[in-house]
Design a protein around this ligand. Structure first.
Ligand code: ZN
Length: 136
């Protein structure tokens, strides 16, 4: 018996052109609100799931870029100051460009690994391994 994954892998070999079309996904926009002097983002882990990255790792990057500490509470993130949602969206896109998309073929089917202090994006579509410049 062939597993579903094996069937998919075989289908990709047979139909390479159609597989190309799924190259990019849509990153959800942040959903949230202000609470006093804090910014609450309610769908943080959902966004991280789409990017297939750890919510904590995405937060580490965004909080550094926004120069505002954040804390994960269940599926949300609470930032310690008033932030604009569109700026957070921009930073998440930046995060995806840096830590998700393959720099060789542009596909998001990648894994993030770390060797010593350097992160690498390993592409499952083309096999490329690219190091990441930012240090978080
Ligand atoms: Zn690639």
């Amino acid at each position: 018996m062939e597993s579903y994954e094996e069937m998919l892998a075989r289908a990709k070999e047979v139909l390479p052109d159609e597989a190309e079309e799924t190259s990019r996904f849509t990153i959800p926009n942040v959903k949230g609100h202000l609470e006093g002097s804090k910014t609450i983002i309610n769908n943080w882990t959902q966004i991280a799931d789409v990017l297939r990255r750890k919510p904590e790792h995405m937060l580490k990057y965004v909080q550094k870029e926004m120069a505002t500490p954040g804390e994960i509470i269940k599926v949300s993130v609470v930032f310690g100051s008033k932030l604009s949602a569109s700026k957070i969206n921009d930073k998440i896109k930046q995060y995806a460009d840096e830590f998700v998309y393959c720099k060789t073929c542009g596909k998001p089917d990648t894994k993030l690994t770390r060797e010593a202090t350097i992160y690498f994006v390993i592409c499952q579509a083309c096999g490329a391994k690219n190091s990441i410049q930012s240090r978080i």
